[in-house]
Ligand binder design. Structure first.
Ligand code: ADP
Ligand code: MG
Length: 342
C-alpha cells in the first residue's frame, strides 16, 4: 500500500512552500501575496472596503465523516463571501488560517485547498496568505475575507423603518433539513433526489453574490440587509427587534423548495418550523421602501433570480408576528435559531 505523506514529515515550512507553489495571484491590485510578513494590495478610491472573518471548528461546524475536504474548502470560503454579499459588497481577497493535527495527510490538505481555490477562482478572489499551526486533535479553519462596495451602497443591519417591505432570496430551511438527513441518516422514506438536493444545500452553500450585486448596482432604496445564517426569525430579529421595531411575516409567501416539502411530508414534519428556524441557508434578507417593491420585482425577474416578498416592518416593538393562511396571528419567539453558548 502506498504511504501518504503526513504533515509531521512535511513540517510547517514545507507545507507553506507546497501551498505557495500552487497559489498564484492574478489581480494587479495584489502587490504581494504569500511569502512575506504581510500581503500588500491596493484599494479603490471611490469604494469602501469591507472585511469579515469566520471560523469553522471540527465537531462544532462540521464532521469529517459527512463532508468531503473539497466541500469543506468550498463552504469555509462560501460563508465568508456571504458576509460580504450581505453588505452589498464584492469580495476580492482572502487569508486562511489552519490548525491541523500532525497526522493530517497532504492528500487531505490538497483536496481542501482545491475546494478553497475553485470557489475563489469562480468569484475572482485571490488567496494572499494565512497561517498554519498544529492542533492537538481537531481541525480548525479560519477565513478572513476582504471585499469592497460602492461608497453609497453599503447595506447595514440597522436602517429599516415601519412600513418597509421584507424580501428574501432563494428558499429557506433546506440546509437545516440537509443537516438533519446527514445526522440521522433519514434513508428509508422519500425520494433520494430530494434528499441529495437538501444535503448539497447544506454542504455546498452558494452565497448570493449575484443578487447582492443586483441590489448594489440598482438605485433601489434598500434600508437594511443581512444574510440568513441563524434562521429567518432570529436574523429578522437583527433587522427589526434589535432596533425596537417589529415585523409581520405572511406564512403563505415564505419560500420553500419542493425537496423540503417532500421530505417534511414523508416524515410528518411541519415545514414552517424549518423555514422559520433553519440555519445556514445563506440567503439574503433585506428591507426596501414600499414605493420600490414593483421595481425590485421587475429587476429580479429580468435577471432571472428568485426573490420573495415575505412581509413588512411594523412599529410594534420587538414583535415578530406570523400571519397564517387563514389570517390568524401567531407571535414568534425570536431567539429560536442557533446560539453557540446556549
Ligand atoms: P509568520 O512567521 O510571519 O507567521 P509564516 O511563516 O506563518 O509567517 O507565513 C509565511 C507566508 O505564508 C505568509 O505570507 C503567510 O501569509 C503564508 N501562509 C502561511 N500559512 C498559510 C496558509 N495556510 N495558507 C496560505 N498562506 C499561508
Ligand atoms: Mg505564521
Amino acid at each position: 500500500m502506498k504511504k501518504t505523506t503526513q504533515l509531521k514529515q512535511l513540517g510547517e515550512f514545507g507545507l507553506i512552500e507546497r501551498l505557495r507553489s500552487k497559489l498564484n495571484t492574478h489581480s494587479p491590485r495584489i502587490k504581494k501575496g504569500i511569502g512575506d510578513d504581510s500581503a500588500v494590495f491596493s484599494t479603490h478610491p471611490n469604494k469602501l472596503q469591507l472585511t469579515s472573518t469566520d471560523a469553522l471548528i471540527e465537531t462544532i461546524h462540521f464532521d469529517l465523516k459527512t463532508i468531503s475536504p473539497i466541500q469543506l474548502g468550498h463552504k469555509a470560503i462560501a460563508v465568508n463571501i456571504s458576509d460580504i454579499a450581505a453588505m452589498g459588497g464584492t469580495p476580492y481577497l482572502a487569508l486562511i488560517s489552519l490548525a491541523f493535527p500532525s497526522s493530517t495527510s497532504t492528500k487531505f490538505i490538497d483536496k481542501l485547498y482545491s475546494g478553497f481555490q475553485t470557489i475563489c477562482d469562480s468569484n475572482k478572489i485571490e488567496l494572499v496568505g494565512g497561517d498554519t499551526v498544529a492542533s492537538p486533535k481537531h481541525l480548525f479553519i479560519n477565513v478572513c475575507i476582504v471585499g469592497e462596495a460602492f461608497k453609497d451602497r453599503v447595506f447595514y443591519r440597522t436602517g429599516a423603518k415601519p412600513g418597509d417591505q421584507i424580501f428574501v432570496t432563494g428558499n429557506l430551511g433546506d440546509s437545516a433539513m440537509g443537516l438533519k438527513i446527514l445526522r440521522e441518516k433519514i434513508k428509508k422514506s422519500g425520494s433520494i433526489k430530494h434528499k441529495n438536493t437538501l444535503v448539497k444545500k447544506h454542504l455546498e452553500p452558494i452565497p448570493r453574490v449575484k443578487e447582492s450585486s443586483l441590489l448594489a448596482r440598482s438605485k433601489l432604496k434598500i434600508t437594511s440587509m443581512i444574510d440568513i445564517s441563524d434562521g429567518l426569525t432570529q436574523d429578522l430579529g437583527h433587522l427589526s427587534t434589535e432596533n425596537n421595531l417589529g415585523a409581520n411575516l405572511y406564512e403563505d409567501r415564505l419560500p420553500a423548495s419542493k425537496a423540503l416539502l417532500n421530505v417534511c411530508f414523508q416524515k410528518k414534519y411541519n415545514p414552517i418550523d424549518w423555514i422559520l428556524q433553519g440555519g445556514e441557508d445563506y440567503e439574503l434578507l433585506f428591507t426596501i421602501k414600499p414605493e420600490d417593491v414593483k421595481k425590485l420585482e421587475k429587476l429580479f425577474l429580468k435577471a432571472n433570480v428568485f426573490v420573495s416578498h415575505i412581509g413588512e416592518i411594523t412599529k410594534s416593538p420587538k414583535k415578530i408576528i406570523l400571519i397564517t393562511g387563514n389570517g390568524s396571528k401567531v407571535p414568534l419567539r425570536v431567539a429560536t435559531g442557533f446560539n453557540h453558548f446556549k
